[in-house]
Structure formats: C-alpha cells, structure tokens
Ligand binder design. Structure first.
Ligand code: NAD
Length: 317
C-alpha cells in the first residue's frame, strides 16, 4: 500500500496552521509537508517539515511534488474577499492560477486526492438568502466569489474529464483564536473577541443586523478531514459542498460576549465590506454534506463564544 505524503500549500494562514497540525496528528509529523510564501508560523515550528513555496511557480511546485513523493495536496493559498476587492486582477490571477497549477500537476503525477476550499462567497444577491441550497442561482458579485465559482467548475471538470479525486467545501466565515484571519468580510467575528478582551469595546464594520453563515475552526477542520477521509463512492458533489455551522448577526454575538464581559460595548460603522456581506447568504442548507458523508456541526454561538473567551487570552500575551 502506498503511504500518504501530504503537501499543505498556504500552511501559515488562518486555516493552514490548524489543518497542518491536525493532519500531522493523523498521518505522522514527517508525512505532512507544510509550505507557504511566508516564514514558518511559530505554531508550526518544530512540529514537522516546512518549505518556502510560491504556488504560482509551477516548476517549483512540480519539483517539490516529485521530490517528496506527494500523494495528497491541500491548496489553501488564496486572496480573500475584502483584500480581493482592493486588487481584483491580482486576486483573480492568484486564485485561478494557483488552482490550475495544482490541478494540472496532480493530473500529471497521478496524485491520489486534492483538497481546495471554496466559499459561501460563490452566492450572490440573486441567490436565496436563507438556507441557501446547494444548487441554486449562483451569480457572485465579488471577484473572490467569481474566482471561487470558476474554481469549482475547474475542480468538477478535472474530476469528470480526468478522474482526479478533487474534494471541496464552501466554508462559511471561520472563527478561530490560534492564527490571524487573512482579510475576509467575516473577520469582524474574530476582531470582536480581541477588542472585547483588550479594549472592552468594538467598532464593527458591518451593520448590527447583518446575518452571515459562520463556523468555529474546530468544526471546519473536522469537516475537512471527514470529507477527505470519506469513501470515494460517497462523494456526489465534485464542485464544492455547501457546509453549514451557525448563523448570527454582530448584535447577537455582542450580546453573547456581554454575558461574559458585562462592560463590553459595541458601535457600528459599516464600510465597503457591508456591500459584500449583503450579497451573501444568511444561512446555508448543507443537506447533501450531511447525507453523503455524515456532516454535523458541534459548535453554535453560545459554546463557541465561551470557548473563544477561554482560549484567546493565552494567545494575546
Ligand atoms: P489566509 O489568508 O489566512 O491564508 C492563506 C495563506 O496562503 C497565507 O499564509 C499566505 O501567505 C499564503 N499564500 C498566499 N499566496 C501564496 C502563494 N503564491 N504561494 C504560497 N502561499 C501563498 O487564508 P485562510 O483564511 O487560511 O483561507 C484558506 C482558504 O480557505 C482560502 O482558499 C480561502 O479562500 C478559503 N476560505 C476561508 C474562509 C475564512 O473564513 N477564513 C472562508 C471561506 C473560504
């Protein structure tokens, strides 16, 4: 039997750090090669092999895959929604070319499995807002959403045309305390915890009533690993699965934080990110993920808030 050798690209980002550590626990430290443009993240140091890699450099990526006998690739490098709006052509270029480089090398080298995340940003203002279905109107209006939707089509194409085992999830906004977020519209739901602990007040860049689909990082990591470990026969969606966790507004999360920090106050000053948030769903229908490979979230607002406030202080010192 071939031994799994995993390459994580974008391993120093918000998801990459935690996913790399989780994969190392399962597959063994030496079998998970972490890579990123950036310097190695402090939390990864001493936990396993690390290389600097620019995924846009196809030749460098190809050599790395061959040299390390890679059998699975997790591609996490991307330009996120809010950052993408500042430089749309760059976001399109990086988000598309990184995926095409990985898919093409994976095909050529017969890589066993590929993971690439999509996002709820594929949905647009004409999609149903509540319990947004897997298959519905998809007309994204951000360059990030457009690149994710195009990416989904490429993933399905490589699966149908070449039999490549590509798997993908449409993550909601992800909330975590270990590594910093990378410039998304849902980052407010992380900033609010930092400011609540340090300043006891937060000025939110979204309106108080803006509901968005969200997920706590432990659920997102578990979903990713459960999808990747599911038997091939159970994967019926080869574009990207809708994935649901919780849904709340800035007002609701502020009220939940206030239960722990009574003096906490929040104010609202919506900026350009309000328009992005308004184009997205408020909640997600993830029936297919639940039925196909048994997805079930464990964290909702109350449990997540308590866990964030318990664990975040240690990372702020
Ligand atoms: P992030 O910005 O925190 O991390 C991305 C990492 O990729 C960074 O460490 C960056 O240095 C690296 N990177 C950028 N360009 C690179 C390049 N050319 N070569 C190699 N590495 C490069 O992002 P994240 O939040 O960890 O997101 C990971 C993936 O999940 C992305 O595809 C993102 O679109 C998707 N996603 C994230 C969220 C969320 O809430 N965080 C939600 C939906 C989807």
């Amino acid at each position: 039997m071939k031994k799994d050798k995993i390459l994580v690209i974008g391993a120093c980002g918000q998801i990459g750090v935690e996913l790399t550590l989780a994969l190392r626990k399962i597959y063994g430290d030496a079998n998970v090669l972490a890579s990123d443009l950036r310097e190695e993240h402090d939390l990864l140091k001493g936990t396993g092999p690390y290389v600097t890699l620019d995924v846009m450099n196809k030749e460098q990526l190809h050599v790395l895959v061959i040299r390390h006998n890679i059998t699975q690739i997790y591609l996490l490098a991307a330009i996120l929604s809010a950052t993408g709006e500042k430089n749309p052509l760059l976001a399109w270029h990086i988000n598309m070319q990184s995926l095409l480089n990985v898919l093409d090398i994976a095909k050529e080298e017969s890589i066993d499995k590929i993971y690439w995340p999509s996002s709820i940003a594929v949905f647009g203002p004409n999609s149903p807002k509540e319990t947004t279905p897997q298959h519905t109107i998809i007309e994204p209006t951000t360059i990030y959403g457009i690149s994710k939707y195009a990416g989904e089509r490429w993933c399905e194409y490589y699966n149908h045309r070449y039999g490549l085992d590509v798997r993908s999830l449409r993550y909601p906004g992800l909330i975590s305390y270990k590594s910093a977020p990378g410039g998304g519209t849902t980052d407010y739901a992380i900033e609010i915890f930092h400011e609540a602990l340090e300043e006891k007040t937060y000025n939110c860049f979204l309106k108080e009533s803006t509901y968005l689909p969200m997920m706590y990082m432990p659920d997102a990591i578990r979903a990713t690993i459960e999808l990747m470990e599911a038997d091939k026969s159970r994967i019926t969606v080869r574009s990207s699965y809708n994935l649901g966790g919780m849904s709340f507004s800035p007002k609701e999360i502020a009220a939940e934080i206030k239960k722990h920090i009574p003096e906490f106050t929040i104010s609202y000053e919506p900026d350009y990110r309000q328009q992005i948030a308004d184009s997205w769903p408020q909640s997600i229908d993830d029936t297919l993920a639940r039925n196909d490979w048994g997805w079930k979230p464990e964290f909702y607002l109350e449990k997540m808030t308590a866990d964030m406030l318990k664990n975040l202080p240690a990372t702020l010192q």
